[in-house]
Design a protein around this ligand. Structure first.
Ligand SMILES: Cc1ncc(COP(=O)(O)O)c(C=O)c1O
Length: 368
């Protein structure tokens, strides 16, 4: 196996989706293919009954090439071109998100077919990778949006949110479910009849930090759904869109040390960096890291192979590294290969599927 490589554990992908299905039995799972769109993951998940979440027309077309019909696809990107909307709907993708009046206006020609979900803005503070930077309808916008929908007979199918990726506290879901209920009640006051709630992704994986269990998150979410039922609101459809939770923990990124230097600090230059797989490290994601080196632990600044200073990852405590040593990054199955470019000629990780990874350090022996 050449490095950089991403080794994906099939059994972990399956146990991840089964864990979510058990915890959220009323929910339709739509795997967010943006996290890792490898056809083998799509095949495995489809056999488990998963549907799929997309952000663009090319993602929809890619899924269709894998035999996924439009009704099993959700388009959750809140801002899209009118052409994308028309093409998606023509392909049978009718559940779409929006978050502003400007976007809503694009749906006039599709008001008979589109099942529109208002993406509301919810706190993302508990998340390692917040998603509120450019999306989400703040509460002040809702009255104008609902009034417009009512006035122009554009049905509101439901409400959606995202608590932020790698959301590490149940408060992320607690706050979001409370705001969702406010949005449902307010929309009903405007005569709208929402019937879908989509809770997005955000389910965290083990990155060596404190995280709630899936059961704890589900207990909060399910309790709110039950409370709504007591108030007379039983959504016809509940959706969740896990990405990282399904693919992240199933992936082991294997990399080699290209060179080392002692400058202000100890530096190790790896064959995988920010531009060819480890993009999320620029904003705080750190992967539990294993090395085949032995000896005293020291602080080492990990960086990638390119000639750009942005290509710095994070400081890890590892045995002294030398050229040729191997590293394994756990929890790297999501948002790695999909971000990788070939900047400076350094290709992204080669992907390998195995039935199961019992001990990650076994993977060192596979590296040539
Ligand atoms: C709309 C939407 N749904 C689902 C996801 C998947 O999120 P995660 O990987 O945190 O589960 C994302 C991630 O960006 C998203 O934007």
């Amino acid at each position: 196996m050449r490095t950089p490589a991403l080794v994906m554990d099939r059994s972990k992908i399956l146990s991840n989706i089964r864990e979510l299905k058990t915890a959220l039995p009323r929910f339709r799972i739509a795997y967010a293919i943006k996290s890792n769109s490898h056809p083998e993951i799509i095949r495995l998940l489809r056999e488990e009954g998963s549907h799929f979440e997309t952000a663009s027309l090319p993602e929809i077309q890619f899924l269709m090439q894998q035999g996924i019909p439009g009704e099993e696809i959700v388009l959750s990107n809140p801002i899209k071109t009118s052409e994308t909307i028309a093409s998606a709907i023509k392909l049978g993708v009718t559940v779409l998100a929006f978050d502003s009046l400007d976007e809503l206006e694009k749906f006039h020609p599709h008001k008979e077919t589109a099942q529109l979900l208002l993406r509301i803005k919810v706190p993302n503070e508990a998340s390692m990778w917040p998603l509120t930077g450019k999306f989400g309808s703040p509460i002040e916008w809702w009255p104008d949006i609902f009034e417009y929908m009512e006035k122009h007979s554009i049905p509101l199918a439901g409400i959606t949110f995202h608590p932020g990726s790698q959301c590490e506290s149940v408060t992320g879901w607690e706050n979001a479910m409370i705001l969702t209920w406010r949005a449902i009640k307010m929309s009903q006051e405007y005569g709208l009849k929402p019937y879908i709630v989509n809770i997005g992704g955000g389910f965290p994986i083990d990155l060596g930090r404190d995280i709630p269990t899936t059961e704890e998150i589900a207990a909060t979410v399910n309790a709110h759904v039950d409370e709504w039922a007591e108030e007379g609101f039983v959504p016809k459809e509940l959706i969740c869109e896990p990405g990282r939770f399904i693919s992240g923990s199933a992936g082991y990124l294997v990399s080699k040390v290209v060179g080392t230097a002692h400058r202000d600090k100890n530096w190790a230059y790896l064959d995988c960096g920010v531009f060819n797989g480890m993009m999320e490290t620029i904003d705080g994601i750190e992967y539990p890291t294993l090395s085949n080196a032995t000896g005293e632990l020291e602080k080492i600044n990990l960086c990638g192979p390119s000639c750009d200073s942005v290509d710095k990852m994070y400081e890890a405590k590892l045995p002294t590294l030398k050229t040729g040593d191997k590293l394994i990054f756990r929890g790297a199955g999501a948002y790695t290969t999909v971000y990788a470019s070939s900047f400076n000629g350094f290709h992204g990780p080669e992907v390998h599927f195995v039935e199961s990874v019992r001990d990650p350090s076994d993977l060192f022996a596979l590296v040539s």
